[in-house]
Design a protein around this ligand. Sequence first.
Ligand code: AMP
Ligand code: MN
Ligand code: MN
Ligand code: MN
Length: 310
Amino acid sequence: MHLLNADLHSHSTASDGSLEPAELARRAREAGVALWSLTDHDELAGQAAARAAAEALGLAYVSGVEISVSFAGETVHILGFGFDPGHPELVQGLARLRAGRTERARRMGESLAAAGIPGAYEAACALAPNPELVSRTHFARFLVDSGHCASVGEVFGRYLKEGKPGYVPHDWARLGDALRWIHGAGGVAAIAHPARYRLSPTVEYALFSEFQAHGGRAVEVTCGSHFPDEVQRYADMAAEFGLLASRGSDFHAPGESRVPLGALPDLPARVTPVWSLWADTLAGHRPPRPGEPGRLPRAAAAAAAGALAG
Ligand code: AMP
Ligand code: MN
Ligand code: MN
Ligand code: MN
């Protein structure tokens, strides 16, 4: 189970990735990925194409999303897997988040103009294939293309991080709402890249506790932005909170992302992979149908809980 090459975190042109879902599926298959999820920010527009492309290649697929959440004044990302992408409350909740993004992008443009960089909103929109999904990444690509910075990473450090001239604070979803949308649609929730947040130990503990109290089941342990010591730290946190572990590259674009699809270390042996929830589906080599996985059968729940306790 641990040795399954699962990549449960990636982005397409439906959010801030540079490749179409079908191209991601092709690259995932080529890289030896056995279970894949496309997890665009606040958007499900790529799900049908991702599933179709994966199924055509014989690649097991679970539906995915990465929801932007405001928690204790910080932005955190919550991954959802194996939900019904047509579930109305999820669909409507994400649509509201995207509307808020557009307003934020306008204000980012104003903020950058005040810092001496005019036209950034229009340029970012032109670089965003999905007009409803303008992200800081699109602003970053514009600032690189226009010669203001040498790399996307440099843009974030100089302009787009909190406290920098192009940063605009924003109210995303509430943690409880994001989890309710995912669970209402039959899915499983995971805390994305926990080492990337700048939370005090107290607030991090609150995040994990509240996540678990709302029925959250998993945490990303091995991911594109975790260093080896962070992988171990969140394997410990998974054990402490009784959470399953996820693994994902967070791939966005060739030349931009450090980790290509599927090219990650295995999960530490002591955690229980989140895909243990989908063992029957994987064993049958049949990709799950929309809305099918995510509900843990009672027997499997008991087994997973036992494995965690043991
Ligand atoms: P947004 O959801 O619009 O606030 O944009 C967040 C996205 O920006 C993340 O999903 C990453 O793709 C990207 N990002 C955030 N911080 C950095 C960074 N330091 N370097 C490169 N990309 C980043
Ligand atoms: Mn992103
Ligand atoms: Mn993220
Ligand atoms: Mn991501």
